[in-house]
Design a binder for this molecule. Structure first.
Ligand SMILES: *[C@@H]1O[C@H](CO)[C@@H](O)[C@H](O)[C@H]1NC(C)=O
Ligand SMILES: CC(=O)N[C@H]1CO[C@H](CO)[C@@H](O)[C@@H]1O
Length: 282
């Protein structure tokens, strides 16, 4: 490539990133780990790292009550066993609501586990775990939460992997009153994360680093006790469910990539499965 071509493409790339995505300086605060959390490239890239002394983390400046949140992540590469990258929405205080992605690292070449959970009013125990259909350390991939009054959908590259329906009509609480912030942290969890804690973090490989870019929130922002959706560019997410094509893709993920579903773990619920498991088809 001629040098001026390189300059032009560099210019176009940075221009598109800035115009199509939020800016990490505007949207997030670095809250843990000092220099281990960094915002780079004018606000278009964020990195978290973990060493033997500490992990690191960030949180959104804003609180949200419903929305669609997309972030591209590139997870810790190489031997990431023992590390956990958590990416989640959470309210504050007791009886919190929380919607979680947690990425459990592994030895080089062995698969990450994507662990998901939903807390409603402080109660969780709703784990589902998946392998991915790609190597999440090679490139950036988009991980999304869609949260509206009817349901929560977890998506990976726009493919739904999990749906949690609003089950209030059959007595299951649903997160809809407590605003949430978006958080991410990279930490050491080698007492349980990899092969149930058998594989420990190899500190000779530290620091471990995860990368974030292209954050988009199409969401209702909570401020001073009320919610404003004025900046939602498209409000399709507010009523979005699964069309036939998404249902097909969800079934594909659940058939080939799901490795744990609390709803199928009968010995854990001797008194009968949780209500939402008896209702939901997924
Ligand atoms: C790590 O790799 C092993 C072997 O393939 C697999 O059983 C396990 O589910 C993988 N993930 C984690 C986080 O332990
Ligand atoms: C500009 C825009 O689309 N605003 C909508 C965002 O969402 C709220 C709440 O559902 C709607 O009332 C607005 O019309």
């Amino acid at each position: 490539m001629a040098p001026n071509w390189i300059l032009i493409s560099l210019f176009l790339c940075s221009f598109m990133a800035a115009s199509s995505a939020g800016n990490f300086y505007q949207d997030f605060d670095l809250i843990w780990g000092d220099h281990r959390a960094k915002i780079l490239r004018g606000g278009s890239l964020l990195t978290l790292s973990l060493d033997q002394a500490s992990g690191s983390g960030f949180q959104s400046k804003r609180q949200y009550l419903f929305g669609r949140f997309d972030m591209q992540l590139k997870l810790v590469a190489g031997n990431s066993a023992g590390t956990v990258t958590a990416y989640y929405l959470s309210s504050e205080g007791p009886n919190r609501d929380e919607i979680d992605f947690e990425f459990l690292g592994n030895l080089s070449g062995d698969p990450y586990i994507v662990h998901t959970n939903v807390y409603t009013q402080g109660k969780a125990d709703r784990e589902q775990q998946f392998y991915l259909w790609f190597d999440p350390t090679k490139d950036f991939h988009t991980y999304s939460f869609l949260w509206n009054p009817q349901r929560i959908i977890f998506l990976v590259d726009n493919i739904p992997i999990r749906v949690f329906d609003n089950g209030e009509s059959y007595g299951v609480p649903f997160p809809k009153r407590q605003p949430m912030k978006l958080y991410s942290s990279l930490w050491n969890a080698d007492q349980w994360a990899t092969k149930g804690g058998l594989v420990k973090t190899d500190w000779s490989k530290a620091p471990f680093t995860a990368f974030y870019r292209n954050f988009k929130a199409n969401a209702c922002v909570w401020s001073k006790g009320s919610s404003s959706c004025a900046n939602n560019k498209s409000n399709a997410w507010q009523t979005q469910g699964l069309d036939a094509n998404s249902r097909r893709r969800l079934r594909w993920v659940q058939k080939y990539f799901m490795i744990y579903n609390y709803c199928s773990d009968l010995k854990r619920f001797p008194g009968g499965r949780p209500r939402e498991c008896r209702r939901s088809r997924f």
